[in-house]
Design a protein around this ligand. Structure first.
Ligand SMILES: [Zn+2]
Ligand SMILES: [Zn+2]
Length: 326
């Protein structure tokens, strides 16, 4: 509470003559970042300018623990695009194991002002290709989402996608199913009503900082995964020292619980960050809420592997983010 009030005061000071009517977004003087208001009963989301976090991705293979298979990177940015402030969070994940390659890029852009919207995309390359796009924002007074994804272009007319017949008397026909990126087309856009200020998972990682700052122990937020709506509960749990390549940090464990609102159809498992499924534990720095480690399960090719994502580099963080003991 104390820190939030301080930021607001600084903002009022800095923008008194500039744009006092900017209701949904305020430049945050302390980080050169952006504070995105989410209505009366939801915590604001803070996006710092030019912050970068790099993690090593490690998996366990039977008795051998902690084999490095790649890295994950989170970068935040604040841009002024023709007078509209946009705060973006980019998450990339690159891993390869036994010839299976995963190369995924998530991008969440929070557009402020009159065009208020969250635009989120998920692009996967490597051994499998796919794209997903999601847009969440108010339209005619109601909040809606638009979601589209791509799939195999079975039956399209492009002769380049035709495969040679196996038998001489068969005609060339369109490839039945493959994982080639070029053989993918967008499916129809699906639109639905959503609660105001619904977030995606990547943004939620940054919302945890506001939770820590508020001094509260838990919060709930509406969350869209593809176009499935969840009520995501986050609870600050026990603390311990967590050792990662960047150092030893005093961390709190965050318990995540995704519940399906009654209005939603049954079925479907919640999938968190980078396709990680099952139980997902986040360890965040006790004082700032910065993500230090993720423990989860990752489907990598045919295997579900225990995975740890551990912080190894941090650039342009707040001064309070420091290893334990100095
Ligand atoms: Zn095709
Ligand atoms: Zn194909």
């Amino acid at each position: 509470m104390r820190a939030a009030a301080m930021v607001t005061l600084l903002v009022l000071g800095a923008f008194a003559q500039d744009s006092p009517d900017q209701a949904v977004a305020k430049a945050d003087e302390t980080s050169g970042g952006l504070e995105i208001e989410r209505g009366e009963d939801q915590l604001a989301l803070q996006i710092r300018a030019a912050e970068e976090l790099v993690y090593v991705v490690e998996v366990d293979l039977g008795p051998i623990k902690g084999i490095s298979v790649g890295d994950a990177r989170f970068i935040t940015k604040v841009e002024d695009i023709e007078g509209v402030l946009v705060g973006s969070i980019e998450g990339t994940f690159k891993a390869s194991h036994l010839g299976y390659k995963l190369d995924q890029r998530l991008l969440s852009r929070h557009v402020t002002g009159e065009q208020l919207a969250l635009e989120s995309s998920d692009t996967q390359r490597g051994s499998e290709s796919r794209r997903r796009e999601l847009r969440i924002g108010p339209r005619d007074g109601e909040w809606v989402s638009e979601y589209r994804f791509d799939g195999h272009c079975s039956g399209c007319k492009d002769k380049a996608h035709f495969v040679h017949p196996r038998l001489p008397w068969d005609k060339p026909a369109h490839c039945k199913k493959c994982k080639r990126g070029k053989h993918r087309v967008w499916r129809d856009m699906r639109s639905r009503a959503v609660p105001a200020h619904t977030l995606d998972f990547l943004s939620v990682i940054y919302l945890l900082r506001s939770l820590i700052e508020s001094g509260e122990q838990q919060l709930q937020t509406p969350l869209l995964e593809k176009d499935r709506l969840w009520n995501l509960g986050m609870e600050i749990s026990e603390g311990r020292l967590v050792e990662v390549p960047l150092g030893v940090f005093k961390c709190s464990r965050v318990l995540l619980q995704a519940a399906k609102p009654e209005s939603e159809p049954e079925g479907g498992e919640f999938s968190g960050l980078f396709g990680m499924q099952g139980s997902l534990h986040l360890w965040v720095h006790e004082e700032t809420g910065v993500l230090v480690q993720i423990d989860g399960e990752l489907p990598l090719g045919p295997l579900d592997l225990g995975v740890k994502i551990r912080l190894k580099e941090a650039k342009n963080l707040m001064a309070e983010f420091a290893p334990a003991g100095g």
